[in-house]
Design a protein around this ligand. Structure first.
Ligand SMILES: *Cc1c(COP(=O)(O)O)cnc(C)c1O
Length: 400
């Protein structure tokens, strides 16, 4: 770290930012544009832009192959795919959802008139705590909607055991976990169905997009029908459907993104290891482990702050980083249980802990090693001067 050995030189106190241009979490990974444009040209020549054209069918085949599943139903986004999964599984009444997740997980259920009932998560990993899932089950519960948070699946055997014991459907929001594995198997074939997101900020992207994967032929067939207005052939509509189709342009981007998937993983992995090394000596900040005995997309470099030790809140730490032009992201703050539509009096200490103390660092193909070194240098300065920074921030805020 050049120069910035004391808190006083930080940009938040008027120093020069460590980066002239912003380093941002969630920058999309772009594959080979020439190949993308070639696919788009062929799409335009074929004059087939949606409704299960060649590109989206090829995308479905390749997603199913990566996920190790028999079926894939590609959609316009993951939120819609979650709704197709909930509908296709015939769910009613209450659905268990972890409080620590993106609002879309709970919204997908609520938008269908189902009631999301929250369970708490493990304060160390952010994953649903099976004991809390069990406590949330009532006579009205018909399903569990698990989340592979940050692409780190946890306790899937325990979740399946609960689903079996209580006769519940088990659906996974696998938005973060495309290309990840668990117990030596690819994510995709667990539970009744799993749903990937291919939004621009995710590991593989289709601009906007998602997919439901499953080994259950009935779920796949129903989801595919509901995706296309419930049309079962010709003019025949036997039920209320929606429009959740993936466009051919989105599939062209998705195929191009899949072509580069191994490269995205390799770059993310290098970034993860460089962060690990750079942060190893910083007391009070730890990079959450990725289990390297399983497949991972390495898309989420998650930091856990020991806020008592560093003397600075996570949000003040992020404010200091933002002033340096480092845009990190806190995840799922303040937790679904504290969001206006889902306010509840029940306590979720695990969720509160993870939502308060963690954040995610920039990664991806464009991030350079020296940028990571500089970010780690900054993190070291901030962690070592946490108390002084906190006092200086308090003085500046009082003066303002
Ligand atoms: C991104 C995300 C979604 C929503 O995906 P879309 O494709 O944007 O609809 C749902 N759940 C989680 C956990 C996500 O991170």
């Amino acid at each position: 770290m050049t120069g910035k050995w004391s808190g006083a030189e930080l940009a938040i106190f008027g120093g020069r930012p460590a980066f002239d241009t912003p380093v941002i979490f969630g920058r999309p990974n772009i594959g080979n544009r020439a190949v993308l444009f070639d696919r788009l040209d062929r799409m335009l020549d074929a004059k087939w832009l949606s409704n299960g054209g060649e590109l989206s069918r090829e995308f479905e085949r390749r997603v199913a192959e990566t996920a190790g599943t028999r079926y894939c139903v590609a959609t316009c986004n993951a939120t819609s795919a979650l709704q197709l999964a909930l509908r296709a599984a015939g769910l009613r009444g209450e659905i268990i959802v972890p409080a620590f997740t993106f609002a879309a997980t709970a919204h997908a259920a609520a938008w269908l008139g189902l009631k999301p009932v929250f369970c708490d998560v493990d304060p160390l990993t952010g994953s649903a705590d099976p004991r809390s899932v069990e406590q949330a089950i009532t006579a009205r519960t018909t399903g569990i909607l698990g989340v592979h948070i940050w692409g780190r699946p946890r306790a899937l055997e325990a979740m399946q055991e609960l689903a079996d014991r209580f006769g519940l459907a088990l659906i996974y929001d696998s938005a973060h976990a495309f290309g990840c594995g668990y117990a030596g198997r690819p994510i995709g074939g667990f539970g009744t169905a799993e749903v990937f997101s291919f939004h621009s900020t995710k590991f593989v992207n289709t601009f906007e997009g998602g997919a439901l994967v499953t080994n259950d032929p009935e779920i796949a067939e129903t989801a595919a029908r509901l995706r296309n207005f419930g049309i079962s052939g010709g003019d025949d509509i036997a039920e209320v459907g929606t429009n959740a189709k993936m466009s051919e342009a989105a599939a062209a981007m998705g195929l191009t993104s899949l072509d580069s998937m191994d490269y995205f993983v390799a770059r993310n992995r290098e970034n993860y290891h460089r962060y690990r090394q750079g942060m190893s000596g910083i007391a009070g900040l730890s990079l959450l482990d990725i289990d390297e005995s399983e497949r991972s997309n390495y898309q989420y470099a998650v930091v856990d702050c020991d806020i008592d030790r560093i003397g600075l809140s996570r949000d003040d730490l992020l404010a200091v980083l933002t002033a340096e032009n480092v845009y990190t992201r806190r995840y799922f703050y303040p937790g679904c249980h504290r969001m206006a539509p889902y306010q509840t009096d029940r306590a979720f200490p695990g969720t509160d802990r993870v939502a308060r103390d963690t954040f995610v660092l920039p990664t991806g193909v464009d991030l350079e090693p020296r940028q990571i070194d500089r970010i780690c240098g900054l993190l070291g300065v901030i962690a070592h001067n946490g108390h002084a920074i906190r006092d200086a921030l308090a003085r500046t805020r009082r003066a303002a």
